[in-house]
Design a binder for this molecule. Structure first.
Ligand SMILES: [Zn+2]
Ligand SMILES: [Zn+2]
Length: 254
């Protein structure tokens, strides 16, 4: 059994066949999925889906692309949503200097405000970092010992991974680890202590190599799991067991 620790099943590209996608996930032994928010509506929809489906959980938060939306009202809405027992994290939050869809100052402010919220609510955070690792590290190190979380769809260096782990974070691998030219990620997957690793799809984006060009979905997660098991020279069962335990612990899944 695997846990997809990061998917966006509330996205419109699943509107036509969402139920079938969830059935295929279970058939592929992906029996639990954390549906991650990216704006207010996405967070509301994610919580709704989690309420309606066994094995589905939600993270609520404002993505750095939408950072400009974050104000006191939005923070209060996230706080209210997090009272639902199916909400297991604040996310995704962070910094994205690759697309820069919100001004960087607004991104930093929204990131910090949501880290304080997670601290207050004693929830882990799901962090999105794209080409912003220096600032991400600087900000999360201020919360050392107060915040736990996940570096989602990790794409940084081994040094960055090491520093995040030291700060109490887990490193989550997505479909891009299966890409033949992702040598850096292959090395990190080989090197990492399995107890610090998680698996995710980031559906509908970033399909594994065998599915490139298609919409990604949770049932493709075993392809990513197999690649990491191969890189580490362990069997898929061992990888599944440890990463599932890690997900259960960080999200307090029952
Ligand atoms: Zn992300
Ligand atoms: Zn995402």
């Amino acid at each position: 059994m695997l846990v997809d620790t990061h998917a966006h099943l509330q996205w419109t590209s699943f509107d036509k066949d969402r139920e079938k996608v969830m059935i295929r996930a279970r058939e592929a032994h992906v029996n639990r999925i954390v549906n991650v928010g990216f704006d207010v509506d996405g967070s509301v929809e994610g919580v709704k889906l989690a309420e309606q489906h066994e094995g589905l959980y939600a993270a609520v938060g404002i993505h750095p692309h939408n950072a400009i939306q974050l104000d006191q009202k939005v923070l209060n809405k996230l706080r209210e949503l997090s009272e639902n027992p199916k909400v297991v994290a604040i996310g995704e939050i962070g910094l994205d200097y690759y697309r820069d869809l919100s001004p960087r100052e607004a991104q930093k402010k929204a990131f910090e405000a949501q880290l304080f919220l997670a601290e207050e609510l004693e929830l882990p955070v799901v962090i999105h970092d794209r080409e912003a690792y220096r600032d991400v590290l600087e900000i999360i190190s201020r919360f050392k010992g107060k915040i736990k979380g996940i570096m989602h769809c990790f794409s940084g260096s081994k040094d960055m991974a090491e520093q995040c782990i030291k700060l109490g974070f887990l490193v989550s691998f997505a479909g891009n680890v299966t890409y033949p030219n992702a040598h850096n990620l292959h090395q990190i997957a080989e090197w990492i202590d399995l107890r610090k690793a998680l698996l995710e799809t980031d559906s509908p984006w970033l399909p594994p190599q065998e599915m490139r060009g298609k919409r990604n979905e949770p049932s493709f997660l075993p392809l990513t799991a197999k690649k990491i098991a191969n890189l580490k020279g362990i069997c898929l069962d061992e990888l599944a067991e440890t990463t599932t335990k890690n997900a259960e612990a960080i999200f307090k899944l029952k």
